[in-house]
Design a protein. Structure first.
Length: 367
């Protein structure tokens, strides 16, 4: 087995860049290792108009332009903007976004009400958004799903470990039946039920799914190793080992409709290590390395480039990167947080200070 691998520069199908000082701290990290990324709209306030997306995109590009040191490396990074499926989103806005010259909208993200960070503006059920979904189907705008059921019909909370299973069993089939031509991406899949569904129904360009490095690397044993682990606290929750193994087997198959979406979701230290730890795993400093590590463990490094760099852009009608990155099999550790200009610490997973212990990353991106 080779000790280095060169692939086209990766594409992140799912990233949270936040705003303000946090955005300025984390965006260069994504832009250094990914040539482009689908940027999630659950900022506060949410991105629900093309105009807001234009402003958000400007803020992201400004953060890269002004960032000292990595400016050259990240010069070509393209943030791809999305809208949040709130009750305010209109079919007219979809129409405006699909062909917008200044800031094309690449997808609409749906969050189940109350299920994760800034999901309080979402619909109780995606199926309520009839007019917008119809317009999206008509114009070919992808729907990006946080596929979990949080509240049942009686407004009672479901078991959070069952959210994805319930969505796959009930909501997703009804959605696909009602809008057969709608392009759909099931984000951050985490269960055997999602794997079964995608193996049966996944279709290149039509029904795709993204996988995080976190769900490939960890299961509940680590999430509760020696106590609860805030850095692994995310939605969908890290599941049992059996689910992780199924997701790993899925990526090993090299299917054209499965791609990398890191779901890197930074939070300040004060919100992660608090009495009520917020959802979201910050993984952009190690994401490409961890994906490579998993593919190496699975003996399928030959499938890495399609998963990381080809399948995502193809779904969004884009060319893959013309640049490449090289990774070497080399152990390294990180113990440092990312620190914003306001001196706020943001801890990535897999670090030796707040991680699971003496965590070692086995692959390294070469300069
Ligand atoms: Zn996310």
């Amino acid at each position: 087995m080779s000790d280095t691998i060169t692939i086209k520069k990766p594409f992140d199908s799912h990233v949270h860049l936040r705003r303000g000082a946090m955005l300025r701290a984390v965006t260069p990290i994504t832009a250094e290792k990914f040539y482009s990324a689908i940027v999630m709209p659950n900022t506060e306030p949410p991105i629900e108009t093309v105009e807001q997306a234009v402003e958000y995109k400007k803020e992201i590009l400004a953060a890269l332009k002004n960032h000292q040191g990595v400016a050259l490396m990240v010069s070509a990074f393209e943030p791809l903007m999305t809208l949040y499926l709130t009750k305010k989103l209109t079919p007219a806005e979809i129409e405006k976004g699909v062909s917008n010259d200044v800031c094309k909208i690449y997808g609409v993200k749906s969050y189940p009400y109350g299920a994760t960070t800034n999901s309080q503006w979402g619909f109780r059920s995606i199926l309520e958004a009839k007019d917008v979904l119809k317009k999206m189907e008509e114009v070919g705008m992808p729907l990006l799903l946080h596929g979990e059921v949080h509240l049942n019909e009686n407004n009672e909370e479901e078991d959070p470990y069952d959210g994805e299973k319930l969505f796959i069993a009930d909501v997703l089939p009804r959605l696909l039946e009602t809008y057969p031509k709608l392009k759909v991406s099931l984000e951050h899949m985490s269960t055997s039920q999602a794997v079964d569904f995608m193996e049966k129904n996944g279709k290149d360009g039509q029904l795709v799914a993204t996988v995080t490095p976190t769900h490939l690397m960890y299961d509940r044993r680590q999430a509760f190793s020696g106590g609860y682990r805030p850095l692994l606290h995310m939605k969908p929750l890290i599941k049992r080992r059996e689910h992780k193994e199924r997701v790993r087997e899925l990526v090993k198959k090299g299917l054209p409709f499965i791609s990398a979406g890191t779901d890197s979701a930074p939070h300040p230290e004060s919100k992660k290590f608090s009495s009520c730890c917020v959802f979201g795993v910050f993984n952009s400093p190690v994401a490409v390395e961890l994906y490579t590590q998993v593919f190496d463990e699975l003996g399928c490094l030959d499938k890495l480039e399609n998963f990381m760099s080809m399948n995502g852009p193809r779904f969004y009608g884009l060319e893959p990167s013309s640049e490449t990155i090289t990774l070497a099999k080399k152990d390294w550790q990180t113990s440092e947080p990312v620190v914003t200009e306001e001196d706020v610490k943001v801890w990535p997973i897999c670090n030796t200070q707040h991680g699971l212990g003496n965590e070692t990353v086995h692959w390294q991106v070469q300069a």
